[in-house]
Design a protein around this ligand. Structure first.
Ligand SMILES: Nc1ncnc2c1ncn2[C@@H]1O[C@H](COP(=O)(O)OP(=O)(O)OP(=O)(O)O)[C@@H](O)[C@H]1O
Ligand SMILES: [Mg+2]
Length: 245
């Protein structure tokens, strides 16, 4: 059975049909990349899966449970987490404090405990564990305003790990990064894929074709192709509308 099963998903903004009857199954443990031109509907698809917006039709099933239109805190409880195309962090706080906020809510603790999070061992231990996992432990006391763009992207992925998600959606984890910094992200992805089902929106085709078990091509809100990298590369429709452009 698919871990995540999407059927006839539809979303319009006014007259703009942005998600056009998407049907796709994601298997547990797989790494699937989503590609498509700017405006193809990739981020909208993630927003629909994680309940940030509600679809106009269709269903999203996660491990057999209907999570269609459920809000993000509920999709998170089911095991689905995400990072963002545009990273948004708590600029006044340091790296550890940022992670601690995510961990605190993942543990179901009240926000006012945050002031004392350094005294709360559970939050601190889990936060430091995530920072070690993502390779930012040495920068835990740095204000986020002082870390590199690459570190910010990695920290945002770390925020998404608070709940120990079984499935992680990454929206352009490498955007705006130079080659050297991109390899840090691919190293992290290689580490995460051992324990997590990954769905990654990415424009870097070298990376996409290298790391993916399957590739989903979106075009004008619809599925143009879905399959292993070789099949997608050979697909005439994909070549015509996307890979040759
Ligand atoms: N909240 C919104 N209100 C109105 N239109 C929206 C909204 N969100 C997205 N859209 C429109 O939906 C379409 C798809 O946008 P989306 O952000 O999903 O594309 P994308 O594939 O992620 O593109 P990119 O590669 O540039 O990130 C665009 O035409 C966009 O303008
Ligand atoms: Mg996008």
């Amino acid at each position: 059975m698919a871990i995540l099963s999407v059927s006839n998903l539809k979303k319009s903004f006014g007259s703009n049909l942005v998600t056009n009857d998407i049907c796709v199954d994601f298997q547990e443990g797989e790494l699937v990349s989503i590609i498509g031109a700017n405006g193809a509907g990739k981020t909208t698809f993630f927003n629909l899966l994680t309940g940030m917006i509600k679809p106009n039709g269709g269903t999203v099933m996660y491990k057999g449970a209907d999570i269609t239109g459920k809000p993000p805190y509920e999709t998170l409880k089911h095991g689905l987490s995400r990072s963002f195309q545009v990273v948004s962090l708590f600029e006044e706080m340091n790296v550890l404090e940022n992670i601690s906020i995510g961990v605190q809510s993942a543990l179901g603790l009240r926000a006012n405990l945050f002031k004392n999070f350094k005294k709360n061992d559970e939050i601190r231990v889990r936060s430091e564990e995530i920072l070690s996992q993502i390779g930012l432990f040495d920068k835990k006391d740095f204000p986020v305003g002082a870390i590199s763009h690459g570190d910010r992207k990695i920290l945002d992925i770390g925020m998404a790990l608070s709940n120990r998600p079984e499935t992680l959606l990454l929206d352009e984890p490498m955007s705006g990064l130079a080659k050297g910094e991109r390899s840090r992200i691919t190293d992290l992805i290689e580490k995460l894929r051992k324990t997590t089902t990954l769905i990654i929106v990415e424009h870097d085709m070298d990376v996409v074709f290298k790391i993916s078990e399957k590739i989903l091509v979106l075009h004008q809100g619809a599925v143009l192709a879905f399959g292993d990298p070789e099949a997608v590369k050979r697909n005439k429709k994909v070549q015509a509308v996307y890979l040759k452009s």
